[in-house]
Design a protein around this ligand. Structure first.
Ligand SMILES: [Cu+2]
Length: 66
């Protein structure tokens, strides 16, 4: 299942690495695609949308369902 978010405060490669690592620590098989230009985050994993958003929020970012 694909989860799409806009993360306005995901602005550089460091942000992408932090978010990707946190998601893959929780779901090792998650496919994460992030674009700092559009602030778009796509996470392909069989999990609850809110659970994915919570992991991103825990890292200090602000995901909005897109
Ligand atoms: Cu950054």
């Amino acid at each position: 299942m694909k989860h799409e978010f806009t993360v306005a405060d995901m602005t550089c490669g460091h942000c992408v690495k932090t978010i990707t690592t946190a998601i893959q620590n929780k779901w090792p098989s998650a496919v994460v695609v992030a674009d700092t230009a559009t602030h778009h985050l796509s996470v392909n994993i069989d999990a609850d949308n809110a659970a994915v958003a919570a992991v991103v929020t825990e890292e200090g970012y602000t995901p909005v369902a897109a």
